[in-house]
Design a protein around this ligand. Structure first.
Ligand code: DGL
Length: 273
């Protein structure tokens, strides 16, 4: 059976890329709901319904385990799917997200105990990072900044252009104005690692920026070691299947930049409704 990786569109490829680096032996199905992206500005109910449709589809296609490689879906849909839907869909399968693994490592990084989060408006308003981090580290103070223009910049291939500088420095200033002591920032949206060159240009050098890909991959590796009942069901033929709800030719072309051109991508179209 497969490891399913779900994202609203392309962003989850930055997570998949690291899965393929840390756990290359497994078979993967990636599903991008490009036709309905972005999710970041959608309501709780809509993100939940869309994500549930995707999880069902990935289960139907043979995923034993689905990773919601989208912060917005993890923030707005994961808990309900785990608690309400999974028991009736198939209690032997698993759905995991990207927020918990990111929250778990944050204590290793911050010295000041002040952490910043850049995320979509949906993730910020859910306050999931604050809640997850404070469950594990009650003394860490979390400051959030929503960055509604960053996903469109990446999607429109303007993330390294001159126009990006305005919105990158604007959101950095807005976050840092909340506390001068922030020493660690999580890029809590799977699109944002593509903006790293610009983010590093405007962020003081002493602040550490964390991309989620390697953290989530390491966490999945640990999870599979701790759960042989899941790991034993996973096939290991290095199969990679890419599905999109929009135009496959567009997906293949745009997807390249999210995986640094190192993964061959030939997607197929799929419908979730
Ligand atoms: N991939 C989503 C995330 O990590 C951002 C893109 C979107 O808004 O759909 O939050």
């Amino acid at each position: 059976m497969y490891i399913g990786v779900f994202d609203s569109g392309y962003g989850g490829l930055t997570i998949l890329k690291e899965f393929l680096r840390y756990l290359p032996e497994y078979d993967y199905i990636y599903l991008g709901d490009n036709a309905r992206a972005p999710y970041g500005t959608r309501s709780f109910e809509t993100v939940y319904q869309y994500t549930l449709q995707a999880v069902r589809k990935l289960f139907d296609l043979g995923a034993q385990l689905v990773i919601l490689a989208c912060n917005t879906a993890s923030a707005k849909a994961l808990r309900t799917i785990q608690q309400k839907d999974l028991p009736r869909l198939d209690a032997s399968r698993r759905v995991l997200g990207v927020i918990r693994p990111s929250a778990e490592v944050i204590g290793q990084y911050t010295r000041s105990g002040k952490v910043g989060i850049f995320a979509t408006p949906g993730t910020v308003s859910s306050r999931s990072y604050e809640l997850e981090i404070n469950k594990l580290y009650p003394d860490i103070e979390v400051f959030q900044q929503s960055c509604p223009m960053w996903v469109p910049l990446v999607e429109n291939d303007e993330h390294l252009g001159d126009g990006a500088d305005y919105f990158v420095s604007k959101y950095i200033d807005a976050l840092l104005s909340q506390s001068e002591e922030i020493d660690t920032i999580i890029l809590a949206c799977t699109h944002y690692p593509l903006l790293l060159p610009k983010i590093k240009k405007y962020l003081p050098k002493k602040i550490r920026v964390i991309s989620q890909g390697p953290i989530v991959a390491q966490s999945l590796k640990d999870y599979l070691t701790r759960h042989p009942e899941i790991e034993n069901k996973l096939s290991k033929n290095k199969k990679r299947i890419f599905l999109t709800t929009d135009v496959p030719e567009d997906f293949d072309k745009k997807a390249k930049k999210f995986v640094d051109n190192i993964i061959e991508i030939h997607s197929q179209k799929i419908s979730l409704i």
